[in-house]
Design a protein around this ligand. Structure first.
Ligand code: HEC
Length: 119
């Protein structure tokens, strides 16, 4: 009896953790589509609607080679403090005042997911 209860509890925790994970993964994608796609593109490949008019092209976030050269902290900083903070173009806006730190991390995880890279 006690054993069944333990199994049921473990199962419930797994289900909850799974749901939390799925929601979290989706959050980065939703944020990206809302805030980033106009420059970086709906497919995150750097071809957003604004890209044609920009002197410096937005990053292709699916490019594993470039993304591998960045740490998670680099990506976080680029998003929070903007291009200028990492000696890149000011055309990359600073989002720190509009997007919470938690959501910026969700974006970093989303970038890792779509480029199939790790920290
Ligand atoms: C107004 C256009 C614009 C928007 C909107 C925008 N970006 Fe950018 N982003 C750029 C440009 C341009 C660069 C390239 C800067 C450079 O290479 O000098 C860039 C670069 C970056 C980089 C740096 C990559 C590197 O080289 O290390 C990251 C990370 C990034 N963007 C993430 C995001 C995220 C996440 C969002 C949405 C919250 C976003 N960007 C929204 C234009 C934009």
């Amino acid at each position: 009896m006690r054993c069944q209860l333990a199994i049921a509890t473990i199962f419930a925790v797994m289900v909850m953790a799974g749901q939390a994970g799925a929601e979290d993964g989706n959050r980065g994608k939703v944020l990206y589509k809302a805030y980033c796609s106009q420059c970086h593109g709906m497919e995150a490949d750097g071809y957003g609607v604004n890209a044609g008019y920009m002197e410096i092209q937005p990053k292709d976030h699916t490019e594993a080679k470039e993304m591998n050269a960045r740490t998670d902290d680099d990506l976080f900083k680029a998003i929070r403090d903007g291009g200028k903070a990492i000696n890149k173009s000011v055309l990359m806006p600073a989002w720190g005042k509009n997007i919470s730190e938690e959501d910026i991390w969700a974006l970093v995880r989303y970038l890792r997911e779509i480029s199939a890279t790790e920290d």
